[in-house]
Write a protein that binds this ligand. Structure first.
Ligand code: UT7
Length: 308
């Protein structure tokens, strides 16, 4: 069976930056509280999910040197589609001149890692190239008067171009899960805004990230000390610190971009991934642990080996 190889990557961000200071002018909060309790300094706000996805997707295709005719499938992880129907992936497919299929995928903040595993399945069964994108415009579903959620979320997109390879490929193992008894912890009804039990989500997030990461590592037959870099969902700095501590992975090995981008749900792992690649933090042969959790609750982890 063919393995997957990541050959292109890109991001898309709206121009407008909203600082904590700016939020504190309309909300009973402060820059200091937000930084200390979450690790967030600012967020990008604006655009549509499809427009951000197109920017990220085009960059990934350009870098891999592929055209629309080469791509068999667009997988778009998002919780904020442009419309309820149709999905947003066909809009992205059309804008990028892609001739393959297109489908949205909603596993909340775990969506990108779910999508990575689905891409691997498509490639194992004959696809040659998949464009995997995580894109969100969470600013559209945030209650800007609720300081418990408004401070946390941002807009953005990240993409990977994934190709078939004859060798084992980059994806060594994965762990995907869901517990639908916990939908009430974090949800958004049609036409409403995000509701979140922040403390309870926090508590469970650490636990599921640790358990899911441990499962993925054991399936890849590697240990925490083998992991060169953790690319976690960017929800709260303290969640990443607690998870790293329990996994016995030094915190410095975790990629953090939430200070700049806040929590962008499906886009947060690819934004962190691309940041790590572009800042030279990933070297040939490195083992990478991707791990996320989100509404559902869902969780998803994967172990990758960056090609030699
Ligand atoms: O990808 C989606 C997954 N979502 C998450 O992972 C979110 C997980 N949860 C969190 O990140 C944290 O629970 C929050 C950042 C949302 C909240 O932090 P916390 O340390 O759990 O705060 P808290 O809710 O326990 O509130 C502590 C205090 C309260 O005041 P009192 O009762 O101690 O007087 C809150 O009213 O902080 C107050 N507070 C705030 N103060 C200033 C809550 N939000 C704010 C705020 N600014 N924005």
């Amino acid at each position: 069976m063919a393995g997957i190889r990541i050959t292109g990557w890109g991001i898309g961000l709206p121009d407008r930056i909203v600082t904590n200071e700016e939020l504190s002018q309309t909300l009973d909060t402060s820059d200091e509280w937000i930084r200390e309790r979450s690790g967030i300094h600012q967020r990008h706000i604006g655009g549509t999910t499809s427009s951000l996805a197109v920017i990220a997707g085009r960059a990934a295709m350009d870098q891999a040197g592929v055209t629309g005719d080469d791509v068999d499938m667009v997988l778009l992880a998002t919780t904020t589609p442009d419309k309820t129907v149709p999905g947003t992936a066909p809009t992205v497919q059309h804008a990028l001149g892609i001739t393959g299929g297109a489908v949205d995928l909603n596993a909340a903040c775990s969506g990108f890692v779910y999508g990575l595993v689905f891409a691997s399945g498509l490639i194992a069964t004959g696809a040659k190239r998949v464009l995997l994108i995580g894109a969100e415009t969470l600013s559209r579903i945030v209650d800007w008067e609720d300081r418990g959620t408004a401070i946390l979320f941002g807009d953005g997109a990240g993409a990977l171009l994934i190709e078939a390879t004859d060798d084992e490929g980059d994806l060594l193992s994965w762990d995907l899960g869901s517990d639908g008894s916990l939908t009430d912890l974090l949800y958004c009804e049609h036409g409403d805004a995000i509701h979140m039990e922040g403390k309870e989500v926090f508590r469970r997030a650490v636990r599921v990230m640790v358990d899911s990461s441990t499962n993925a590592m054991s399936q890849a037959n590697v240990t925490a000390s083998d992991i060169s870099l953790v690319i976690p969902h960017q929800a709260n700095m303290r969640i990443i610190q607690a998870a790293c501590q329990r996994l016995e992975i030094p915190e410095e090995r975790a990629v953090v971009v939430m200070d700049r981008y806040a929590n962008t749900s499906s886009a947060s792992i690819p934004l962190a991934f691309v940041d790590a690649i572009e800042n030279g933090r990933i070297h040939p042969g490195d083992l990478l642990l991707l791990t996320g959790f989100g509404a559902g609750m869902t969780w998803a982890s994967a172990v990758l080996r960056w090609p030699r």
